[in-house]
Design a protein around this ligand. Structure first.
Ligand code: SAH
Ligand code: SF4
Length: 348
């Protein structure tokens, strides 16, 4: 376990070492890795778990990512868009329940023009000045990202999905890996707290590709990193693939915590979908954020990036008490502040 000591001490390993380390891990010795990641998270963020209220405001998407249930070619999806007022109502309910970060997520839906989004962002921030606003709406030109930031958006989630250009372009018809990287760099330059991340268990993703993901993230130094298992969706071209496992995803979460120790790292819904204890396990492997769905219940079953997503019919109000109990039972404390990244707070 010399690799473990080295990554714990230095928050770094080179590509060969990362591959060697991943290959050496099994169900017995990976517990040591999780403990080291947990200790590192504690050093930076204590026992706190930050809550985000997720609003899935449109499931319409111009893209055709091969893995995603919302891809444009999936004609089985009933499409919807929430209006500015409907989104504001979700925020109101979320605020009442104690959420101080709202994540506005959608497909790449260009119906929401720069003007519509600027107006929405201003209204949310005017009504709830003490809230952090996160966008997760895909690729847009520099000037739009800049206008959203100037209107009050604080953070932006744009997973890089995979750092292998070859795999990226196989999974994303008509999209370029360079564009993804440009977007991430633009978001950073503009001043957002930026989130990248990847899926675990994609076809043709071996240790080499996973090591590239880790090194990509180490170099990018984002504020947030979302990692989840790939879960096949039957109405996509990848419906018959194997998908990612909890065990492998936990290892990647822990490695990310050790490589980028000050990052905000969610225990993703996809983890909870594969295993009822998936999110607790992720927290114990170094994650420190939980996202709750506060979208209107009437649209939730229509926002299926993958199938069998959990919490589709939980009332947000009942759910938030329940999730707090679960977080406490796992040995963590719910933090209801905005929960900015340490890196951001230090630079401010
Ligand atoms: N359209 C935006 C935001 C919504 S998709 C975007 O693409 O950035 C949010 C994330 O869901 C994606 O980044 C992807 O990593 C994840 N996702 C999509 N389909 C998935 C699947 N089948 N299994 C697991 N995660 C998936
Ligand atoms: Fe659209 Fe995002 Fe799904 Fe790709 S992952 S199809 S961009 S919603």
């Amino acid at each position: 376990m010399e690799y473990l000591q080295k990554i714990y001490d230095n928050n770094n390993l080179n590509k060969e070492e990362l591959i060697g380390f991943m290959k050496s891990l099994n169900s017995e010795n990976s517990n040591k890795l999780f403990e080291a990641a947990n200790k590192t998270r504690k050093k930076y963020y204590g026992n706190k778990v930050y809550m985000r209220g997720l609003i899935e405001f449109s499931n319409i998407c111009r893209n055709n990512c091969l893995y995603c249930g919302l891809r444009a070619s999936n004609t089985k999806v009933k499409r919807y868009r929430l209006t500015t007022n409907e989104i504001l109502e979700c925020c109101e309910e979320g605020y009442r329940l104690g959420y101080r970060t709202f994540v506005l997520q959608s497909g790449e839906d260009m119906w929401y023009t720069k003007e519509i989004l600027v107006d929405l962002i201003k209204k949310v921030k005017e009504k709830f000045p003490d809230v952090a606003l996160t966008l997760s709406i895909g690729e847009r030109p520099y000037n739009e990202y800049e206008s959203f930031f100037k209107s009050g958006a604080d953070r932006f989630l744009l997973r890089h999905e995979t750092a292998s250009k070859k795999l990226y372009e196989k999974l994303h018809p008509d999209m370029l890996f360079e564009d993804r990287v440009d977007c991430l760099n633009n978001l950073k330059e503009i001043g957002y707290q930026v989130g990248a991340g990847f899926m675990v268990g994609l076809p043709d993703q071996g240790y080499e590709e996973l090591a590239e993901d880790l090194i990509f993230l180490k170099n990018l130094e984002p504020d947030m990193i979302g990692i989840g298992p790939f879960i096949p969706h039957s109405a996509t071209p990848m419906g018959n693939e194997q998908g990612g496992t909890i065990d492998k995803t936990l290892i990647m979460i822990a490695l990310v915590r050790l490589l980028v120790p000050d990052v905000l790292l969610p225990a993703t819904t996809a983890m909870g979908t594969l295993n009822p204890q998936g999110r607790e396990l992720a927290l114990k492997a170094g994650a420190n954020v939980v996202m709750s769905n506060i979208s209107p219940i009437s649209v939730r079953d229509k926002y299926q990036l993958y199938e069998n997503k959990i919490c589709i019919d939980d009332e947000a109000s009942k759910y938030s008490g329940y999730i707090e109990k679960r977080i406490n039972a796992a040995g963590f404390i719910l933090d209801t502040t905005r929960g900015d990244s340490i890196k951001y707070l230090c630079l401010k």
